[in-house]
Design a protein around this ligand. Sequence first.
Ligand SMILES: [Zn+2]
Ligand SMILES: [Zn+2]
Ligand SMILES: [Zn+2]
Length: 265
Amino acid sequence: MLIEGDYGRRGIYTIVMTVSIRSIDHTHTLTLVPANPSTCTQPGHTAYYVCDDCGKWFEDEAGTVEITDHSSVVVPAGHTPSDWQYDTDQHWKVCTVADCGVVIAESVAAHSYGDDDVCDICGYIAPTPTYKFLEGANGQWTQSSGGPLTFRVSGNFARFTGVKIDGVLIDASNYTARAGSTIVSLGAGYLQTLAVGSHTLTVVYTNGECSTRFVVSPVSVAPVQSPQTGENAAVPVFWIALFLVSMAGFAGTLVYSQKKKDSAK
Ligand SMILES: [Zn+2]
Ligand SMILES: [Zn+2]
Ligand SMILES: [Zn+2]
């Protein structure tokens, strides 16, 4: 505001007041402030426009979208992360910017396997695990039992693919398998088809397998429970039969040696 005064010819003091009022609806004169990318350590900002006249910031060249919060254009400093890198224990990312290459601290973490042995974060596949039998190793199944023979193996059920008996994959109808870690039950119907004697059961996973032996017996032997049950009642009969067979063999040997003696005479 400018005020000027002056005495006129007739002694009248004349005041002239000049007031500049900026138009509220003036046409902005916008200048582009180009984007300034952030670096690993220095923040940057996105592009915006500033009015040379009123100083307001705008998103667009036409000056229609004002930026009232000037911090909204700021791009924080930060590293440029690589793809996941990993070792056997953990995964991490490094900065891909030349001359930086730091390990990005917040990316470092132990593998997270979830339900399998593939890391859900970085995709790392754990080395082939050593599977083992938790229950049922060296089991025995008697033909008179009528029940299944159950094994429990340490592997994750999600990776279970099948069962081999004596090295040959058997049809899935011959057993049931369920999670926990892996529980396999050979069905009685299938077990009845196996010869009496020792067999190998192998539980197969996508990334390994493990085996144990089991025995199919005609009747239960070496009972540890009460001998009064119907199942175990067969035991004495078995042993008596075995005894008789042995005696017959013994008798045969006696006869044979007797004949030898006879012929030697
Ligand atoms: Zn303006
Ligand atoms: Zn960096
Ligand atoms: Zn991982």
